[in-house]
Design a protein around this ligand. Structure first.
Ligand SMILES: O=C(O)CCC(=O)C(=O)O
Length: 258
């Protein structure tokens, strides 16, 4: 790994303060093409993710649409070579700069908003999907393969929200679909990014995206990381983020704070 994929102390301080960090060009234009080819094989079913593929926007799809929001958990289980490719390596390196040398790969996922699907990802904090952890350090890297704009569903964040308690969450629509909490665009900040760029966000940072109302794709590749001991604890408790086919088994994990 080269120094290019390290972040500066100033960037780490920004992440700690704001709960997110934009990193431009984590993969090159050439690599975007390579990842796009792989991603499209997942979307068109050439690589069959089976029950690891589900609709995050359950109940929002219009007739004729396969999914309102396509979510594929653990793509690297179906294509282990992904683990050895640049994106995974660089994200691991940066996450260790941001949150500590014990950060490790927890899981990966693809979230795609097909042209015209127009289904927002509701405001939420990732930790609402997870079991409670004694060590709450966790980071996601959201990388786009397309121009990510407000119109096609770029990410919005509430700066500093990772420092506040988790908000109560509920199912946005049908049980098993996305979780949501009360929040609005007035509180947030939209970050439009170019293909191959990414945003790291803390597991407690409030975020959301609008639906894709454009004729183009909005394909995001996401990697989640947390301390290795917390990953071991999750697995011990039988929690593996939809590995092996329960992607649609989304539950409220933070009921006790309601
Ligand atoms: O891609 C999206 O619209 C949502 C992504 C998200 O919620 C996440 O990466 O945690």
């Amino acid at each position: 790994m080269t120094g290019k994929y390290k972040v500066t102390p100033e960037q780490t301080a920004f992440f700690n303060d704001q709960g997110y960090l934009l990193v431009k060009d984590i993969i090159s234009a050439e690599e975007v093409l390579r990842y796009s080819g792989i991603y499209d094989k997942f979307l068109d079913g050439t690589i069959d993710a089976g029950k690891n593929r589900a609709d995050l926007g359950i109940g929002m799809a219009k007739s004729g649409q396969v999914e309102a929001i396509t979510q594929i958990m653990w793509p690297s289980d179906f294509m282990p070579a992904l683990l050895e490719m640049s994106f995974h390596h660089r994200v691991l390196s940066i996450s260790r700069d941001l949150l500590g040398k014990d950060m490790d790969f927890d899981f990966d996922m693809l979230i795609s908003k097909a042209p015209g699907t127009n289904s927002p990802t509701p405001w939420h904090q990732d930790a609402a999907y997870w079991i409670n952890m004694p060590d709450t350090r966790a980071v996601s890297c959201w990388m786009t393969l397309d121009d990510s704009t407000k119109e096609n569903g770029c990410m919005w964040y509430v700066p500093g929200s990772h420092k506040l308690p988790l908000r109560p969450h509920r199912f946005a629509g049908k049980v098993g679909g996305a979780l949501m909490c009360d929040c609005s665009e007035e509180e947030g900040l939209a970050i439009e990014i170019k293909p191959g760029s990414c945003i790291f966000h803390h597991g407690h940072t409030l975020h959301y995206s609008r639906g894709n109302s454009t004729p183009g794709n909005r394909r995001a590749f996401i990697i989640n990381l947390r301390p290795e001991t917390m990953i071991a604890l999750e697995r011990e408790k039988g929690y593996d983020h939809g590995r092996g086919g329960n992607a649609a088994d989304r539950q409220l994990r933070n009921q006790e704070i309601k």
